[in-house]
Write a protein that binds this ligand. Structure first.
Ligand SMILES: [Zn+2]
Length: 137
């Protein structure tokens, strides 16, 4: 079983940082880093707030591969999560449209017309789709 190691080389179990199950106490780790000049020297260049995964990474092993993978996946997607279709207008057979009005902050159900402001807030694709449906083009 792989154990974390401290910069100073002291035994984390003896220091009360690691318990019998291999779990680490963040509070005990923080307390140790505050009092241990060797560990403090190794971590003080970090400007971010200390958290368990960061501390673990600093001390030799990342504890959160899921977190790393998640941020990598999000970065690959462009970093801007967007739920597609959430606010899409619904075109009805009777020639009306149900859409989210950004200006009124409510759903307009089966509207026979739409304000230019609301059209302007839509994507170009969506706007054209709605305008065509309402016979506005
Ligand atoms: Zn130390």
């Amino acid at each position: 079983m792989t154990r974390y190691s401290l910069f100073c080389g002291r035994d984390p179990v003896a220091l009360g940082i690691e318990d019998e199950t291999g779990g680490w106490s963040l509070d005990a780790l923080r307390a140790h880093i505050e009092t241990c000049p060797i560990c403090r020297c190794g971590t003080e260049r970090l400007t971010e707030a200390m958290d368990m995964s960061l501390a673990a990474a600093v001390l030799g092993k990342s504890r959160s591969p899921q977190k790393t993978a998640a941020s990598r996946a999000n970065g690959a997607k462009g970093g801007r999560p967007r739920v597609k279709g959430e606010l899409d207008a619904t075109l009805h057979r009777d020639g009306t449209v149900t859409y989210w009005s950004v200006y009124e902050q409510r759903w307009v159900k089966r509207g026979e017309s739409i304000s230019l402001d609301d059209l302007a807030a839509m994507s170009r694709e969506e706007r054209e789709r709605v305008m065509r449906h309402l016979g506005m083009d």
